[in-house]
Design a protein around this ligand. Structure first.
Ligand SMILES: [Zn+2]
Length: 390
């Protein structure tokens, strides 16, 4: 007697249902782990005559049993598959989030995962948010997660329309006042002396503090000393480090050394770029591709991270780099040297730029590790936007 299970539900951590078949007169037990109402189509064996007592189509919402009979010579195969026909109209069947874990700091920025409910046509897509431990992080009615105290908790969003459907974010909160764990020492080298990107040595002129730790100094935006440049935050045309900063340069040299040990060559093909060089580049792209297209892959002058002297393009700045061993290595290892993949895959709507596997940004080893482990892009990590004003 063979028993076979088939499952097509994706993202389901547990089987939809298990089926146990005992003996010739078999009792089929459905143990439903996921109580989301859905239609199930059940087929038992190839000899349908032998199982005529079992309904071919049944709606499964709770545990249940069904009796079926067969003769002793029939090989019995049981399959549970998800029905392909649509659910009753209006039911929310799935919730997905833009991230499922995040690392926050006490006193730091809040974050909000963006919720997508399926089907898109569901008339009631209202959300209910709750935190498993408000002493660690609280969540408001629309999903802003605010760090409160060191620890770990889970923030859950549930469909009001169908409370069986939910998604969760694992939230880790650290207290920056508590001692920081030693940062990873790279293979074949020592850790950079600077573990966080320093607030660049701009003379203290005009300084404004906006929104907690977001600070604007001489027209340059920082969060926790990390220079922020994207479609929302720009650099003045006069900001000109002239080259990669010594920290970024030194960190990249260490990255190159470590990659070499793994048999890979990493070259910087574009590092610092001046405001004027970006201006020329961007306008050339507009002439070639139009502004809408250019805005997806090239920054407007003042909005290019290359002007910071903290980022660089490795080997080849084009989609052909995505599938190379070097791209994979950068993805997995660049954080150890203080870099992040600045424009990750699937985050285009948040960073404002298409996936760039070759563009790495120096943020220092502490932040690189935190951001890498969070699975968030820089904008999500700091809870900021990247959108041109006009
Ligand atoms: Zn780049």
């Amino acid at each position: 007697m063979a028993t076979q299970k088939k499952r097509k539900k994706k993202n389901s951590p547990l089987p939809l249902a298990t089926v146990a078949v005992f003996g010739a007169a078999a009792l089929v037990t459905l143990i439903v782990y996921d109580h989301t109402p859905r239609s199930e189509s059940m087929t038992v064996g190839e000899n349908s005559a032998a199982v005529s007592e079992l309904p071919a189509q049944t709606t499964v919402t709770t545990e249940g049993t069904a009796m079926l009979t067969t003769d002793t010579t029939t090989e019995l195969t049981t399959t549970v598959t998800e029905a392909t026909q649509p659910l009753p109209p209006g039911s929310v069947t799935d919730i997905s989030l833009t991230f499922y874990s995040c690392a926050l700091k006490v006193g730091g920025n809040r974050v909000m995962p963006i919720v997508t409910m399926t089907p898109e046509t569901a008339p009631d897509k209202s959300e209910k948010w709750e935190s498993s431990d408000p002493a660690v992080a609280t969540v408001d009615g629309i999903g802003w997660i605010t760090p409160v105290g060191a620890g770990k908790c889970t923030v859950k969003v549930t469909s009001v329309n169908n409370p069986a459907v939910f998604a969760e974010v694992v939230v880790s909160v650290t207290d920056p006042n508590a001692p920081v764990a030693a940062s990873t020492v790279p293979i074949g080298g020592t850790a950079p002396a600077e573990t966080a990107a320093p607030a660049e040595s701009t003379p203290s002129g005009s300084s404004t503090t906006v929104n907690g730790r977001l600070e604007v100094k001489d027209g340059i935006t920082y969060i926790d000393g990390i220079m922020i440049v994207n479609k929302t935050y720009s650099l003045p045309a006069s900001y000109d480090p002239g080259a990669l900063t010594p920290d970024a340069d030194q960190a990249f040299a260490m990255l190159q050394k470590a990659a070499k040990i793994d048999g890979l060559t990493m070259n910087c093909v574009s590092g610092y770029r001046s405001y004027q060089a970006q201006d020329t580049l961007y306008h050339n792209y507009i002439a070639r591709d139009g502004q809408a297209a250019a805005d997806r892959f090239s920054a407007r002058p003042g909005h290019s991270e290359h002007q910071t002297g903290l980022c660089l393009d490795v080997n080849y700045a084009g989609d052909a780099f995505h599938d190379t061993p070097e791209a994979k290595w950068l993805e997995e290892n660049s954080w150890k040297y203080g870099f992040i993949i600045r424009y990750p895959k699937g985050k285009e709507d948040i960073t404002g730029f298409k996936y760039e596997s070759w563009h790495i940004r120096y943020v220092g080893t502490d932040y690189a590790k935190l951001i890498y482990e969070s699975g968030l892009c820089l904008e999500e990590y700091f809870g900021i936007e990247s959108k041109y004003a006009e």
